[in-house]
Design a protein around this ligand. Structure first.
Ligand code: NAD
Length: 303
């Protein structure tokens, strides 16, 4: 019998961790969001509260608005935010969503191994690190799985479930059931760097950077072209800024490391923006400057 998941732990309260916790609490599951670095955990509650309040406001139909309001109240009652790792001990699953750095993730799972029960499923929301590599360093490689949500987690339907050669099939079934309970569409994939979406999407964003470096169109022109010519909801530069340029950079290097194909190599402009700490929307500047409303192409990249 696959485990019934009643309590969800989320480790890491960045843009993805917050979103995943919001989704789990909104589905009525007891949700424990643990901030892995020092900081205000009450502010996290307020962020999720604010996001759910906005979702209620967006509903125009009175019946649907009433239902959204009830979900909001239930979600806030189901949610705990803390920076105490020990709060994750009773969880049926812990979804790790901290910085995309393998050593930091290993250290976090080692700590969790000592705190959580033997049945607790460990899941990583990594975009491009190996699930197998993380799993084998824990005491429960058979109860370790990839659960790759998309940004923003409350809006995006897909979850890529990454199973390794040693994942227990019951854990896969539990993960699928959890995704369905969260209103998501799961696809089960073997553990491969980048799964499907990032394997295709990362080289696309890197190619856009190379096209710009070669002088074929401005940042705004390339985004406009892809939005209007390929019906993409946002262009490749807006998308990279939205994901976070540090995340894109790490994904590119992990894919390059796995496949040794030049198309995964980070172009110089990405590395320079990284070095300058201009990481996209989350820092206010990346390929665009978000201090202007609406955002304008980053003046530092003018030529
Ligand atoms: N951004 C995306 O579009 C996206 C989509 C899917 C999956 N992911 C993956 O989700 C994970 C988190 O990404 P994010 O976009 O939320 O990043 P983020 O920068 O918004 O958040 C990262 C979190 O890691 C924590 N952190 C930083 N240094 C740490 C350390 N030394 N030890 C422990 N925690 C530390 C930070 O406090 C923060 O809460 C990554 O593995 C990323 O690859 C990201």
């Amino acid at each position: 019998m696959a485990n019934q998941i009643g309590t969800v732990g989320v480790l890491g309260a960045g843009q993805m961790g917050l979103g995943i916790a919001q989704v789990a609490a909104s589905a009525g599951l007891k949700t424990i969001l643990v901030k892995a670095t020092p900081g205000d955990t009450e502010a996290l509650r307020k962020k999720i509260d604010g996001a759910l309040a906005k979702a209620v406001e967006r509903e125009k139909d009175p019946e649907k608005q009433k239902a959204a309001s009830e979900r909001h109240q239930k979600a806030m009652a189901a949610l705990t935010t803390t920076s105490d790792f020990a709060a994750l001990a009773p969880c049926d699953v812990v979804i790790e969503s901290i910085i995309e750095d393998v050593a930091t993730k290993h250290a976090a799972f080692t700590k969790l191994d000592g705190l959580c029960g033997a049945d607790t499923i460990f899941a990583s929301n990594t975009s491009t690190l190996g699930i197998t590599e993380m799993a084998v360093k824990t005491k429960r490689p058979d109860r370790f799985i990839g659960l790759h949500f998309f940004n923003p987690a409350p809006a995006m339907k897909l979850v890529e479930i990454g199973k390794t050669v040693v994942t227990n099939p019951e854990v896969v079934e539990s993960a699928k059931a959890l995704c369905l309970k969260l209103g998501k569409t799961p696809v089960v994939l073997p553990d491969t760097t980048g799964f499907v979406v990032n394997r295709l999407l990362v080289p696309y964003m890197l190619d856009a950077m190379r096209v710009w470096q070669e002088g074929t169109g401005s940042i705004a022109d390339i985004d406009t072209a892809m939005m209007n010519g390929a019906a993409h909801p946002m262009g490749p530069f807006s998308l990279a800024d939205f994901i976070g340029l540090d995340v894109v950079f790490h994904m590119a290097n992990n894919l390059l490391d796995e496949y040794s194909e030049p198309r995964f190599a980070p172009p110089p402009v990405l590395r320079r923006l990284m070095l300058a700490g201009q990481l996209g929307r989350k820092t206010g500047k990346g390929f665009y400057d978000y201090s202007a409303k609406p955002a304008v192409p980053n003046p530092g990249l003018s030529r």
